[in-house]
Write a protein that binds this ligand. Sequence first.
Ligand code: TTP
Ligand code: MG
Length: 391
Amino acid sequence: MHRTILHVDMDAFFAAIEQLDNPRYRGKPVIVGADPKGGTGRGVVATASYEARKYGVHSALPISQAYRRCPHGVYVRGRMQRYSEVSGQLMDVLREFTPIIQKISVDEAFLDVTKSLGLFGGIDALAKSVKDQIKNELHLTASVGVAPNKFLAKIASDLQKPDGLVMVQPGMEKVFLKDLAISKLWGVGKKTEAALSDIGIATIGQIAELSEQELGKKFGKWGHALWKLSNGIDNRPVEPWGPQKSISQERTFYEDTDDQELIEKTLLKLAESLTAMMRKGQLKGRTIALKVRFEDFSTFTRSKTFDDFIDSTQIIKGVAISLYRNFNKENKKVRLLGVGVSQLNTGEGEQLGLFEQESLTNIKLTKLLDSLSSKFGENVVKRASLLDDPK
Ligand code: TTP
Ligand code: MG
């Protein structure tokens, strides 16, 4: 018995919401992100409407370049609160189709609809209905991928954007993947891509032809995962939110930075707001982790595990700074920093890796923040978000 998994991903999410809320922006190239300041602005594009993408403007492009490519575009700052609100509405719509739903970012989720198919008259009708409901209730479009597993569903949703619908029938996994570029494989970054292209490999089908042992030898544990994925095998379940497994705080700098003072100050602030939240939620954890994303988007975590459960601001600050100093000795420019705690003293059972479930953490944090804000006022507990100014 095979599973039926949907991956739903909204189209040009932030930009589409701007066009929804400001009818005069519709049909125009809308760019959400830093202030371009007539081409001299610093920082990056969060996202661009499909009209703007025709000019080569996309997420993470420096805003100055975006301005050069599309000077007549409509440039807007982000409104995270509004985007979170729509994100919540999206999840409400999706929950009508199945309770087995895993939100993986502000605008995307996996749904396991295996057991709902009968209710909705089969997969074609269900998938159409998901798209229609999003359109009717949110007035926005989504792209949907349908497949026997998460990996394939995620690739499928991206293939016919915007307003796409791509289905991978059971049994067609390898045919579907055969000619796709290896960059579509989860976790294949520039380095793996280069290593694979060195041995003449450009498509997923070519990886699938190698033996699992061979890949294991070349890439270790990751090689085995690579083999499985390229053969269309992915048994990971869609995991609805369970009890909280980790808590973290992170911040993206508008401008990548190698300013040690700013970096360490930011880490201290993140540790402070993290521990404030832990104490309010009566949470302690055994593993303290640092997350660092560099300019090229490569992302690393470093952690330290203690025998005891900890919530001390001093300890967490100290660990965050020492992990950072040990890790970034070359002082490479940093784009994002995060500090988190896992192995929490709540719930039991399997402990998930830190940052693996950012959405889960975010939802829990949002709830916690809401309750704190109502007690202490907004500014006391402002959360680091993608669009916040780092200062
Ligand atoms: P995505 O789903 O990656 O992008 P998108 O919805 O804008 O466009 P697409 O149609 O290709 O799915 O990300 C969702 C939102 O997250 C996006 O609207 C803005 C935000 N975001 C950033 O702020 N920075 C980034 O680098 C990326 C990739 C996304
Ligand atoms: Mg999207």
